[in-house]
Design a protein around this ligand. Structure first.
Ligand code: AMP
Ligand code: MG
Length: 335
């Protein structure tokens, strides 16, 4: 059952407790209503993808109560400090290199070496993040492909039964998604236009490359290709048998004969499998290479619900190197 909680101090404390238990809480920010989960828990973040019915694990924005809290998880540049000073709290998301030791989970970053961080401006959002004391991953609180919600009733209408609570702080003031700027390259890149305009950013950043540059100049740049974690071992899909030279990414009842096995979910649960996917790929890749194995053989997973997102991720991992599919990545990064 989805509870609507009017945003008062008690409700904020309850919502924070739910998040810390790994539950989903939709909450208002100045941009749109976010579908929040504890960003440090793969299991909690898997609920987001299940609730949104997202066909793909794209990286999520982690939200913090302060710049200091955000910068504890990434390597801020001078420019990042200046942007934070000027636009945080506010509708600006910065992509920065992950700090070693950051506890943000793989599923929240889609296995990338960078993290998207933001300090939202909404009073309720800030109070909630403060009460949680941990990063909160939150895409917009709508089913995949539908319009982003700008008040609690939009969320209720579309996500009823799929989220544990909605913290109602009234309509969003900006109503537009946050601007996403990538600061992990030599020059800043605008990945998504949003609440902070290009002109506003340029007062601080000077030149910014925009998405057109991605489309026209960088379709096959290594940076884009590396945008999703690719294992070093080759990946073989839909394995129905496996041999000693292979590391098996199992789902459900495992296959005999593999050199190494990681089971995404023995009981065949897709949400559990999603939560364990990136950890599983990393484990099989690292340990498999150490043991001189050749391939990661992935067992079939059902083609529905989160199975589609898992298959999408595995297909990318299995495609010939350097990985093609820049267009898709482009779309998810700009979209
Ligand atoms: P949403 O969560 O739907 O508001 O979208 C978040 C946006 O940020 C998407 O366009 C993501 O692709 C992008 N994003 C999040 N994290 C990263 C990252 N580490 N690198 C590049 N883009 C990111
Ligand atoms: Mg969205």
């Amino acid at each position: 059952m989805t509870k609507i909680l009017k945003a008062d101090p008690d409700a904020i404390a309850r919502a924070a407790a739910l998040l810390l238990e790994g539950k989903l809480v939709a909450f208002g920010t100045e941009t749109v209503y976010g579908l929040g989960a504890l960003a440090t828990s793969n299991t909690a973040v898997a609920h987001i993808f299940a609730a949104k019915n997202r066909p793909r694990f794209n990286p999520l924005i982690s939200h913090f109560a302060s710049s200091q809290a955000a910068f504890a998880h990434v390597e801020p540049t001078d420019l990042a400090y200046r942007l934070a000073e000027k636009f945080w709290p506010g509708p600006l998301t910065m992509i920065l290199p992950r700090k070693s030791g950051s506890t943000i989970c793989d599923l929240a970053t889609a296995g990338l070496p960078t993290i998207a961080v933001r300090v939202p401006r909404g009073k309720t959002a800030l109070a909630l993040l403060e009460a949680v004391g941990e990063p909160v991953a939150a895409p917009s609180a709508n089913p995949s492909g539908r319009v982003s919600p700008s008040d609690a009733f939009h969320v209720l209408r579309n996500m009823h039964g799929r989220v544990d609570a909605i913290l109602d702080s009234g309509p969003c003031s900006v109503g537009l998604e946050s601007t996403v700027i990538d600061l992990s390259r030599e020059v800043p890149f605008l990945l998504r236009p949003g609440g902070i305009t290009l002109e506003q950013l340029e007062t601080i950043c000077g030149t910014i490359r925009n998405p057109d540059d991605y489309a026209t100049k960088l379709p096959s740049s290594p940076g884009m290709l590396a945008s999703h974690y690719a294992p070093g071992l080759m990946v073989r899909l839909n394995a129905e048998t496996v041999d000693q030279n292979e590391a098996l990414l199992a789902f459900g009842a495992t296959l005999p004969g593999a050199g190494l096995v990681y089971n995404l979910s023995e009981s065949g649960d897709l949400e559990e499998a999603a939560a364990r996917l990136f950890a599983g790929l990393r484990f099989l890749d690292g340990e498999g290479q150490r043991r001189g194995l050749q391939t990661i053989a992935a067992m079939p997973v059902p083609r529905h619900g989160l199975g589609l997102a898992i298959l999408d991720r595995l297909r990318r991992a299995a495609s010939p190197r350097p990985v093609a599919g820049g267009d898709d990545d482009l779309e998810s990064m700009i979209g």
